[in-house]
Design a protein around this ligand. Structure first.
Ligand code: IYR
Length: 260
């Protein structure tokens, strides 16, 4: 194991050190597990995933597309319970995401407690009312009309779980030292994309809500540390029996792909 001093030297936040290209530090030859078990000495091991035939590949890609093309953002939830084990697996799946320097800069806070969900609703609705009335431009509010969204968010009470997605802007090491995180926003965005696919695959629904200005109050309510910033709030559950969605169309392949 590394000594506390050596650990601080390696993992403390020091922008100057990023420019230190001289890696000929004798002490760096030592074998040790960092906070993520990743060091310069990490072994590289063979990786040989199964290779499908072209026919199987085509079939699998079409099937996955069809599954994902059924995904819709849903704002009307059923209060039917969902097994916690399913949610745990969905979040483990999100945790398979790539991330900058494998820093895995995400925390998924899952709220099932009714009174906590209700407190979250009160904080979000209070901010959203100000957002819709004052902070968002008239054009923005008009652009949202077709989605029939308002500051009222009953789904925050009704959905069996609220997944609060926190971005770790930097890490905190075992001795309280600050660890660099790289590309944390794109990393967590990719992770959430994988989570959305997993939710769809499980037959559940969500809405990728972005509670503007409610982040700090929610962070405090949930007791999260200062290195974490709320990025998204994902209610998760079954859709309500009478759920509706706007009749939107997706752009066609020819309009989103350029082959050169
Ligand atoms: N965050 C608000 C407003 C909102 C903004 C966009 I951009 C949307 O695509 C949908 C809603 C809300 O959740 O109502």
């Amino acid at each position: 194991r590394l000594s506390g001093k050596e650990r601080r030297r390696r993992f403390s936040y020091d922008p100057a050190r990023q420019l230190d290209l001289d890696d000929d530090h004798e002490e760096d030859q030592e074998v040790a597990g960092g906070p993520l078990g990743l060091e310069e000495t990490t072994e590289h091991i063979p990786y040989r995933p199964k290779r499908y035939t072209e026919k199987e590949m085509l079939q699998r890609s079409v099937e996955f597309y069809r599954l994902m093309d059924q995904r819709r953002t849903v704002r009307f939830f059923s209060d039917d319970p969902v097994p916690l084990g399913v949610v745990q697996t969905l979040i483990k799946t999100a945790g398979t995401s790539p991330s900058g320097a494998h820093t895995q800069p995400w925390t998924y806070v899952v709220v099932q407690d009714f009174s906590l969900k209700h407190q979250i609703r009160e904080i979000v609705e209070a901010e959203e009312e100000i957002n819709y009335r004052k902070r968002m431009s008239a054009t923005w509010v008009k652009d949202l009309e077709k989605f029939r969204t308002t500051w009222e968010k009953p789904y925050l009470d009704i959905a069996p779980y609220l997944i609060m997605v926190f971005k770790q802007t930097y890490g905190i090491g075992p001795n309280g030292e600050r660890l660099n995180h790289y590309y944390s926003e794109i990393s967590i965005s990719i992770s959430v994309g994988i989570l959305l696919a997993a939710i769809q695959n499980a037959g559940l629904v969500t809405v990728t809500s972005t509670p503007l200005n409610a982040g700090p109050a929610l962070r405090t309510l949930l007791g999260r540390p200062v290195n974490e910033k709320l990025l998204l709030l994902l209610p998760i559950g079954y859709p309500a029996h009478n759920a509706t969605v706007p009749d939107l169309q997706r752009r066609e392949l020819k309009d989103i792909m350029v082959l050169m």
